[in-house]
Design a protein around this ligand. Sequence first.
Ligand SMILES: [Zn+2]
Length: 162
Amino acid sequence: MTFSCTLALILSSLLAQSQKAHQHGAAQINVAMEGGKGELEFESPADGILGFEHAPKTAAQKKSTADVLAKFKTQANTLFEFPAAAGCTLTPKEVEIHREGPQHAEVHAHYAVACKSAPTGQLTLGVFKAYPRLTSIAVTVLSGSQQSATQATPAKATVKLN
Ligand SMILES: [Zn+2]
């Protein structure tokens, strides 16, 4: 099994465990790093990001939906800021809004993380500033054999990476 394949499996099992509730304003981030390589997965009820979860109807709603997808695809480094010294690049593997029945929807973004050196220090969650409706993010960091879980908030929008 390849390295990235193993990580992807670990991440999906972490996400499966953590997705107990669809709670508006609450999101989930899982980061798994092995040295300078890894993955980051973000999942949030669309309400916390878009402000609505029904299929977009008006032109304004269609535009906000497109804007959200574009931001998560092209500005991931401002939403999830790794320490600058590590020189990390986030490459989107999957960015989508998926519907959960007629009432609810989730924003899901999954990235490959490639850094020049293993990131040490803090991950800054710019996603709180970009989307003020988000009130909490449960962050799981898996680094080597270490796993940590943190509850981040707009007032404490950083997470220790190791
Ligand atoms: Zn919902």
